[in-house]
Design a protein around this ligand. Structure first.
Ligand code: CP
Ligand code: NVA
Length: 302
């Protein structure tokens, strides 16, 4: 695994499988404090519950510590250039996790930092989430090879990282989004060219997309930074709500996934997220185990 994790594309298919094996092992057996004395600076331009907590807890469990820096305080690109933030943090801490609006901010941090930079969500990608999601599926189904699941929602950060990660691990992802909100053509081309044996297919009708799947995944309709489009998006995504009617089109044992936070009554109904088939809390917990593996690999040389 390389120095940075700004995109799921920073790891090879074998490395991604290795990360999942390691995370499963750490969840089962625990892990020694291989990051003793190391600090991860966490610069967050957007709010977070899971990502911040899982990074902090993962560092703590590995013997190191996380240092949270609010975006309001650091004001990357406003108070000072992103490259200066990267250089200063490189002199004081051992790694940076950044949650940003522009993906370019994460890649610029990586370019100018002398230390590893991890994407904690940008407008384009959410690679740590994808690792946790595949970990959750592997836990449930044993293997990802040939596993079919659906992502019903916006073709942006979560969908994109999930698409790449699915192909790389042999899973088959069916994406269903309203016209104009699909995963873009370039990302589809990148996904299709990846090794690993999986696939990504876009299906216009969400009922058709979920027909033969092991799990149905959704994400918010208006992502952080798109709140002003909430009404317009609610209209566009209306037929794509993960509700009882949609789940009735899926196999009766299909599981329900959501990266959270969930907007009940928008992309998912209360009934579906609270159902016994929902594995969203496992996904949330697995953020911590996934992050532990990522940090141990990048910072601990494991
Ligand atoms: N899923 C996720 O990234 O949650 P937070 O935005 O709370 O970190
Ligand atoms: N797509 C969502 C994911 C939140 C974890 C967002 O970017 O807000």
């Amino acid at each position: 695994m390389g120095r940075d994790f700004t995109s799921i594309l920073d790891v090879s298919s074998d490395e991604l499988h290795g990360l999942l094996d390691m995370a499963l092992g750490m969840k089962r057996d625990g892990y020694p404090p291989v990051l003793k004395g190391q600090t991860l600076a966490m610069v967050f331009e957007k709010p977070s519950l899971r990502t911040r907590t899982s990074f902090e807890m993962a560092m703590r469990r590995l013997g190191g510590e996380g240092l949270y820096l609010s975006g309001h305080e650091v004001q990357m690109g406003e108070r000072e250039p992103v490259r200066d933030v990267a250089r200063v943090l490189s002199r004081m801490v051992q790694a940076i996790a950044a949650r940003t609006y522009a993906h370019l901010t994460v890649t610029d941090l990586a370019k100018y930092a002398d230390i590893p930079v991890i994407n904690a969500l940008s407008d384009d990608e959410h690679p740590c989430q994808a690792v946790a999601d595949l970990l959750t599926l592997r836990e449930r189904f044993g293997s990802l090879a040939g596993l079919q699941f659906a992502y019903i929602g916006d073709g942006n950060n979560v969908g994109r990282s999930l698409a790449y990660a699915s192909v790389m691990t042999g899973a088959h992802l069916l994406i269903s989004a309203p016209h104009g909100y699909e995963l873009d053509h370039e990302s589809m081309e990148i996904a299709r060219a990846l090794p690993g044996g999986g696939s990504v297919t876009q299906v216009a009708d969400p009922h058709e997309a979920v027909r033969n799947v092991a799990a149905v995944y959704t994400d918010v309709w208006a992502s952080m930074g798109q709140e002003h489009e909430r009404t317009k998006r609610a209209e566009a995504f209306r037929e794509f709500q993960v509700n009882a009617a949609l789940i009735a089109s899926a196999p009766s044992d299909a599981l329900i996934m959501h990266d959270l936070p969930a907007h009940r009554g928008e992309e998912i109904t209360d009934e579906v997220i609270e159902s016994s088939r929902s594995i969203v809390w496992d996904q949330a917990e697995n953020r911590m185990h996934a992050q532990q593996a990522i940090l141990a690999r990048i910072l601990g040389g494991q």
